[in-house]
Design a protein around this ligand. Structure first.
Ligand SMILES: Cc1ncc(COP(=O)(O)O)c(C=O)c1O
Length: 458
């Protein structure tokens, strides 16, 4: 087996990409006291920062000041960077400056909660259509205000367009929003968001795309040539975009946002607030209560610039190669079962999951971390319904697991790759897994007392 599938030019390019990231060469401790270079395959949970992001924060720090009302030079600079970042975000996701508003939040979860809070104020429609493959951050916020109806996933793990059509037909005129993920945080499966948008609009509903997993890997266009395919609302977070400094985004049409009351009320949200009279500002400020996270916004701005300089096409190309390589190599491991969207019919981001016969998923993650310095995640990844479906777990079985912590929880192990990961790191993972599967009895005994009850995980 060749170690890597890149020619010389591609290898040099990969080195350059890796060099963009902070901490890739850090040594981490193993259980036995040895130190090894850590391998991070948990990029779907959160990514390390770009060096450019740290530099931008440091360069901006001397100019940090109060935002909005301050007239001083530093206040003006701080306000300017926030407004410039809004413009850059709209450009990055192919939106229109005169039509779209960018609201800064602290993470995707907050963005979706905010959208739910706003939507329930401006619609009389009762239903939200979301899917069986969602992260709970794109499910629980809707349950607060609406009846949630689930779009089924098909046999490939992708949202079923036919089921969406059937549900839109059955609930004709009563669906406020279709809220779906751009890509799965479990199988990597990319959904046909523009096709789903077109269908949604035919039935007079709006669409929100949770782009937390899609945007780090694929370019997105909010505004399309065929306007029926436009995405109405988009949310994403910068901690999965190499800028983990507490900023995320909700984007949507300007007019839509100005009809609702804020979720977080207070400083910055009101034009004037007297004892018995409040006039709210327009969006985005109306929904950004309190002092904004300027440094987080500086970080996001720098990350978008770096991603543009690298070029999404370069990222897509490399991630497809390393993902293909990882899948091909892992397939050879004894007793492994892979759950990946990568096949002839579907496209996928560089995320996939697996189980290994007779080994518990939490043990695999534990062993990889403690004995090989490889960070992965295991469990349900907050996509309980999807993992339940993939593993064919009945409700009764999960009920038992919830009630009894001594019953090992079902779950998967996830590998989430980024463009800075190397083929050699994949080889090290394969070698580690081979060692684990060759010594199942030894490892099972060694980790037998570690609790294996239910756990979530991003
Ligand atoms: C698809 C998806 N949506 C939403 C979230 C929540 O993101 P955040 O942690 O930024 O709230 C995640 C996190 O993993 C996710 O994978």
């Amino acid at each position: 087996m060749r170690n890597f599938l890149l020619n010389r030019t591609q290898s040099m390019q990969q080195k350059k990409l890796r060099n963009l990231i902070v901490g890739v060469d850090e040594k981490i401790p193993l259980e036995d006291g040895r130190f090894v270079k850590g391998i991070y395959f948990d990029n779907a949970a959160t990514t390390p920062p770009f060096k450019s992001v740290l530099k931008a924060i440091q360069q901006f720090a001397p100019w940090y000041g109060s935002v909005g009302r301050g007239k001083g030079y530093k206040s003006v600079r701080s306000t300017e960077i926030i407004e410039q970042t809004r413009v850059n975000v709209v450009n990055f996701v192919g939106g229109k400056q005169d039509q779209h508003t960018v609201i800064f939040t602290k993470n995707s979860t907050e963005s979706i909660n905010l959208l739910a809070h706003i939507l329930q104020q401006v619609t009389t429609k009762r239903y939200i259509l979301t899917s069986e493959m969602e992260h709970i951050s794109n499910n629980l916020p809707w349950r607060n205000y609406f009846e949630v109806v689930y779009i089924a996933v098909n046999q490939f793990g992708q949202i079923s367009v036919e089921d969406l059509r059937a549900k839109l037909t059955a609930l004709q005129g009563q669906v406020a929003l279709v809220s779906i993920t751009g890509a799965s945080n479990v199988t990597g499966c990319i959904n046909p968001i523009y096709e789903l948008a077109e269908l949604t609009h035919q039935y007079g509903a709006k669409i929100h795309v949770d782009a937390a997993q899609l945007l780090p890997h694929e370019a997105i266009e909010l505004s399309r040539l065929n306007r029926k395919e436009d995405i109405d609302f988009l949310s994403f977070t910068s901690h999965k975009l190499y800028a983990p400094f507490g900023t995320a985004v909700l984007i949507g049409g300007k007019e839509f946002f100005n009809e609702a009351e804020p979720l977080v009320k207070g400083g910055g949200t009101a034009q004037i607030a007297l004892k018995s009279f409040v006039q709210w500002k327009n969006a985005p400020e109306r929904f950004e209560g309190g002092t904004p996270n300027v440094m987080g916004i500086v970080a996001l701005n720098a990350a978008l610039r770096t991603l543009q300089q690298v070029n999404m096409a370069t990222i897509i190309d490399y991630e497809k190669k390393i993902m293909n390589y990882a899948i091909t190599r892992l397939q050879t491991i004894d007793g492994i079962r892979l759950f990946s969207a990568l096949n002839d019919r579907l496209s996928s981001v560089s995320v996939f999951t697996f189980t290994i016969e007779d080994l518990h998923h939490q043990d695999i993650a534990d062993i990889l971390a403690k004995e090989f310095g490889i960070s992965v995640r295991s469990g349900f990844f907050c996509a309980y319904t999807y993992v339940q479906k993939i593993l064919h777990c009945s409700d009764e079985m999960l009920d038992e697991v919830i009630k009894n912590a001594s019953i090992p929880s079902p779950g998967l192990v996830r590998i989430s790759l980024s463009f800075y990961n190397t083929f050699s790191e994949v080889n090290q993972l394969v070698e580690a897994l081979e060692k684990i599967t060759d010594n199942k009895e030894y490892y099972t005994k060694k980790y037998q007392d570690v609790p294996k009850g239910i756990c979530g995980g991003q």
